[in-house]
Design a protein. Structure first.
Length: 346
């Protein structure tokens, strides 16, 4: 079980930015309060949560050398006394590091050199078949601007020079899969060892309110077709899940509709996540450690977090909720994930 983890919470929680739960009446907050990821005591509590939910891998947001996310990951999380066998892999934030053209491609070389020196040889850095794993955020946009092949070639050759054969996982699955009857390959898949879909909400068409079982079924049907395409093109596929979505606390001007965490209006809290996990497990691949990804552990400004929340039920203010009810769900999502991914005890 891998989760996208955001180690960017510093002295100003969430970089001082907004998040929808804080705007609710009454307000919702993290069970740990507006915490600082630089505090080993906070990471100790997170480690307990990871064990509770069977989380074995953190895919940590990384925005460049010596940034807060970098120092919190390598100095606080990976060196924590309770890290145990928890694995960490970098989620390479391409929008910041590689930009929209060739102007920043030099970062691909210097960033990989830095990762070689500070991450890849660490015993807790995640490897598949002995190869350090790097997740490439929104790689489909690099393909759109024509820099994907060059950027990944630079990354692979730089890592090779320092003795590492990178295992690259691309965020290259989005919306409907190519027509399987067509003979053409999906070219971006040629460049990756595995692919996945980070933005489940966007890929599913930004559903509003309650998506229903049919909406989830359709999404994973498309994901099954993506998996077939990936295997045909010589790479693996990793299924993903996400408990809901609401970015109105940080992107109100985008007017994205909230996606309820309840699969129907009469379903229980967490039912969307529970049903997704059931579907996603059917798509795991033993050659990629039977991995399932969860977006996210603590991405508060898009309200995709499974981290415990406290607060009384609320549908107000309407401009933030659009009538969707939000509850302080406590440990619910940790328990759902733990139960869904535990090995059967026989």
């Amino acid at each position: 079980v891998g989760v996208y983890y955001y180690p960017w919470h510093g002295e100003r929680f969430h970089n001082g930015g907004g998040y929808m739960r804080k705007e609710l009446t009454p307000q919702h907050v993290p069970a740990l309060g507006e915490y600082n990821d630089s505090d080993p005591a906070i990471i100790k509590e997170h480690m307990k949560m990871f064990r509770q939910a069977n989380i074995g891998l953190l895919v940590t947001s990384w925005w460049g050398p010596n940034r807060l996310e970098d120092s919190n990951t390598k100095d606080i999380i990976m060196e924590h006394e309770d890290v145990g066998n928890l694995k960490v892999a970098i989620h390479y934030e391409t929008t910041s590091r590689l930009g929209q053209g060739r102007d920043k491609l030099s970062n691909a070389r210097t960033d990989i050199q830095y990762m070689c020196e500070n991450y890849f040889d660490h015993p807790n850095y995640y490897k598949i078949d002995g190869r350090p794993v790097l997740f490439i955020y929104i790689s489909r946009k690099l393909q759109a601007v024509g820099t994907l092949e060059e950027a990944l070639l630079i990354m692979r050759s730089t890592a090779s020079k320092c003795g590492h054969n990178l295992y690259l996982i691309g965020d290259s699955v989005f919306e409907e899969a190519p027509n399987s009857a067509e003979a053409e390959a999906h070219v971006p898949f040629w460049y990756f060892d595995a692919v996945t879909n980070y933005d489940i909400y966007g890929s599913a068409g930004r559903p509003e309110g309650h998506v229903g079982t049919d909406g989830v079924d359709n999404y994973y049907r498309q994901q099954g077709e993506w998996k077939e395409q990936a295997l045909k093109d010589g790479c693996r596929y990793i299924p993903a899940t996400s408990p809901g979505y609401n970015d109105r606390g940080v992107r109100m001007e985008s007017d994205h509709p909230p996606l309820s965490r309840r699969i129907t209006s009469t379903s229980q809290e967490g039912s969307l996540f529970q049903y997704q996990l059931h579907q996603a497990k059917e798509l795991v691949d033993s050659k990629v450690d039977n991995m399932i990804l969860v977006n996210s552990f603590n991405e508060w400004h898009e309200d995709t977090q499974i981290e415990p929340v406290v607060g009384e039920p609320s549908v107000e203010p309407f401009n933030f909720t659009k009538g969707v009810e939000y509850v302080g769900y406590g440990d619910l999502y940790l328990d759902i994930l733990g139960a869904a991914t535990s090995k059967d005890k026989k």
